[in-house]
Design a protein around this ligand. Structure first.
Ligand code: SAM
Length: 281
């Protein structure tokens, strides 16, 4: 969506006064669901960190590898919270390629992301197997009730819960919310998380990360990066699968198409994003 796109499409409560993470991320990935306020902001982020666009792709590639991993372990139901604007390699598409009967519910709190997901699923989805809803990650009961209410997911069978590149937009209540989701997930489920971090990143990049955090203070989605130890606690007592918590380029880079990831293999910490996948025993 660009500024001159069909006005009928415009969701009513979209905030165009400030840039928003969903739309800036869409711009970084080369999408069109963004407005001038998001693009100008994105340009500034890229000026601060010339790797920002590749970094967004690295995150997307991690998402794809993690989804394929879960399907290979026999888990074919996905709850993708903070799913974003649909783009290359959406969860249901990646999962369907490996398991054509896979199921996915998308959740986001940004109206443009939800509207675009609805259109995509109306055109290319299967209403029995795919759904999208608007919800705030912190409203655990509400999100869970709505997600299970779609009838797409069976709460008695393992579910892969994805919270990819979303928890760093939540300062207060993130740990409590994730702990509650961990409780709700049935045994055999997986938790997939990626998150901006600064521990051990090259010194010149630390300054960039700090500037980007400052820049995002102006957006409707301020960023709050976390260190490795704090990030690891999101997985609680779930069993982290190999290689454990890792910089995204280090998380099973050989599995799947990983063009952007390969650019970071010499210096994975430069991705500034940690990831992990863990199983509920
Ligand atoms: C950087 S995008 C990540 C999209 C996708 N998960 C990925 O990794 O490619 C972050 C998304 O999280 C969403 N988000 C931020 N805070 C949220 C919240 N409290 N509840 C639900 N979604 C949220 C944003 O609207 C945005 O779409």
């Amino acid at each position: 969506m660009s500024d001159n796109a069909d006005p009928d499409f415009m969701p009513e409560d979209i905030d165009l006064d400030r840039p928003n993470a969903a739309r800036v991320y869409d711009w970084l990935l080369g999408g069109e669901a963004n407005w001038a306020v998001d693009r100008q902001f994105g340009e500034q982020v890229v000026q601060t960190n010339p790797n920002a666009r590749t970094g967004a792709m690295v995150n997307r590639e991690f998402l794809g590898r993690a989804v394929r991993y879960c399907v290979q372990q026999g888990v074919t139901q996905f709850l993708d919270i903070g799913s974003g604007v649909p783009t290359v390699g959406n969860v249901h598409e990646v999962a369907d390629k490996v398991a054509p009967d896979s199921r996915c519910v998308y959740v986001d709190n940004e109206p443009v992301a939800v509207a675009h997901s609805k259109i995509l699923l109306e055109r290319h989805g299967d209403p029995d197997r795919h759904a999208v809803l608007r919800g705030d990650l912190r409203d655990v009961r509400g999100v869970w009730k709505q997600a299970m209410g779609t009838g797409v997911l069976d709460p008695d069978r393992p579910i892969a819960l994805l919270m990819v590149a979303v928890l760093h937009f939540i300062e207060e209540g993130a740990h409590e919310a994730v702990a509650h989701y961990r409780e709700l997930l049935p045994e055999g489920s997986y938790l997939v998380v990626s998150h901006g971090s600064y521990d051990g990143i090259p010194a010149e990049q630390l300054a960039q990360v700090e500037r980007i955090i400052q820049q995002y203070q102006r957006s409707s989605t301020p960023v709050n990066v976390r260190g490795r130890d704090e990030f690891t606690t999101f997985f609680g007592d779930f069993d982290l699968v190999e290689p454990g918590v890792a910089w995204l380029p280090e998380w099973r880079p050989g599995e799947g198409e990983s063009k952007a990831t390969s650019q970071f293999l010499d210096n994975p910490a430069a991705s500034c994003v940690l990831g992990g996948v863990a199983r509920k025993a």
